[in-house]
Design a protein around this ligand. Structure first.
Ligand SMILES: Nc1ncnc2c1ncn2[C@@H]1O[C@H](COP(=O)(O)OP(=O)(O)OP(=O)(O)O)[C@@H](O)[C@H]1O
Ligand SMILES: Nc1ncnc2c1ncn2[C@@H]1O[C@H](COP(=O)(O)OP(=O)(O)OP(=O)(O)O)[C@@H](O)[C@H]1O
Ligand SMILES: [Mg+2]
Ligand SMILES: [Mg+2]
Lengths: 267, 267
């Protein structure tokens, strides 16, 4: 049974897609059979992995509406040990189309039961919202990772975000745990960023031993430094490892993957 | 009568708040009497200008629900020639609370008629969504500026964004014009970024002479370079001009303000 991880943050542009794709590619390189689920109607994870949603007859959209369609045809191979369940733009309609279905938050769980069993890890790229799609992501996951930037304005939302994950999760998935924060687009030389990281670490240590879903969360290491190569490779439909394997962005996501494998082994 | 400008992009974290606040501060320095309207329940523009939404009895939220409350008490002075209509977190409820009001998209226009008349320019910081709040922003504006990053994934959404602005605007404000794109967090040394900018400029020149609302839009200059000072100053409740007036971020927003004043004079 795979470890299912939701990469989630309702704030936009924080690095969810970049982290889902490159962490998944790094895990695959490290021998972990990995499935990426593109849960975002923007379909950026699909584009990032060289899959044009417009060309596909069967995507996550169709499978959420009818999970019996979650066969092997749903899954696109990307590279050795790395597969993708793609999205497409129309998936935005799923929120209204499933609004009255009693099992509307369990659809992705069902899709993964049918199409996700053969993997060691499933990474879910969530949209920048707290709607039905993200709820499906949280319902089907065991762990949540929160990509964010170590900036003052980003910090403002974190407390509220964690409470929302706890509230959403409690309804549909009481076992859900927030594993930690992935620092994206990080400026290692900035005092301001270091202070924001200190605040985050203080926030998490204060939660230790309490019953909250982020009680064992950490600021995960290493931080991912800003590296223009990470913004370029989506335009070639490649992970950073295919595009620029010795770039700092590749170095950082590889090191993060290694530290997560170790952390998840010990849990 | 003021020039009303909406800073809008439904993508998150692209520089809307940073641009609204620092462009407004630069305009005020240049002699333009400027009002910032915080249309985002995140209240980041308010925080950025040193106003804690939690302390205020009267914010844009109350005024949208009852525009007769849009008196001088609604407006907070920030500095010479720079004022703010603040937001607060509960304003997120306005979307459902006004859902059945026939004039629900005209509320901000009414607020500005009462409280915004004495300014040369009104800059509206929109939330990262296409809901009722953003619709109010578009209904009350004459121009739209679109902050964005010159990255591949950001480019993917632009065509759709412009069509959405045109569609939303057509219903409530047929005279609305997209004045252009503000390039934020820009990497001047990156070939990739230059290519994205070329694509944007090609897109706009192809629209010249057509009837679309972005027919006269441009990539506005200069681009705003990435500068950590711009991420630091919100934590002190200051614009970049109060915090670090000789930083590159101040230089760029000052130059952008000057070029916009010139552009708007000629229009
Ligand atoms: N470490 C980095 N260095 C440079 N650019 C980065 C880095 N991480 C992400 N980016 C770029 O920043 C932008 C936002 O990142 P990304 O799309 O991963 O965020 P997101 O949270 O998935 O956004 P959304 O909320 O729209 O889904 C993209 O253009 C991406 O290529
Ligand atoms: N030129 C820049 N250099 C460095 N940091 C910047 C720059 N512009 C913006 N930032 C930082 O990037 C983050 C996102 O910017 P900002 O909050 O202005 O975006 P936004 O579009 O208003 O976001 P939202 O969609 O959440 O309203 C903030 O932490 C901000 O301080
Ligand atoms: Mg994304
Ligand atoms: Mg903002």
């Amino acid at each position: 049974r795979p470890l299912v991880v939701a990469l989630m943050n309702q704030k936009g542009g924080v690095g969810k897609t970049t982290t889902t794709v490159n962490l998944a590619a790094a895990l695959a390189h490290a021998g972990v059979r990995t499935l990426v689920v593109d849960l975002d109607p923007q379909a950026h994870a699909s584009l990032h992995l060289g899959v044009d949603p417009a060309d596909l007859p069967l995507t996550l959209y169709e499978a959420l509406l009818d999970p019996s369609r979650a066969t092997q045809d749903l899954v696109r191979p990307v590279s050795a040990r790395l597969d993708l369940i793609p999205s497409r733009t129309d998936m935005a309609a799923v929120e209204s189309e499933l609004a009255d279905a009693p099992d509307r938050s369990a659809r992705l769980t069902e899709v993964l039961a049918r199409a996700g069993a053969a993997y060691d890890a499933v990474l879910i790229d969530c949209p920048p919202s707290l709607g039905l799609l993200t709820l499906n992501g949280l319902a089907s996951a065991r762990l949540v990772l929160i990509p964010m930037q170590a900036h003052f304005l980003a910090l403002q939302g974190v407390g509220k975000l964690l409470e929302t994950v706890a509230a959403l999760g409690a309804g549909v998935n009481p076992g859900l745990r927030v594993d930690g924060v992935v620092l994206c687009m990080h400026d290692t030389s900035s005092t301001h960023c270091r202070e924001v990281v200190d605040d985050l670490e203080g926030f998490f240590s204060a939660a230790r031993g309490t019953g909250v879903s982020w009680a064992d969360a950490a600021v995960l290491r290493p931080a991912i430094r800003r590296n223009i190569k990470l913004a370029e490779c989506p335009s070639f439909g490649q992970s950073i490892f295919a595009y620029a394997p010795s770039a700092p962005g590749a170095e950082d996501y590889r090191a993060l993957a290694d530290s997560l494998v170790e952390r998840w082994r010990r849990q």
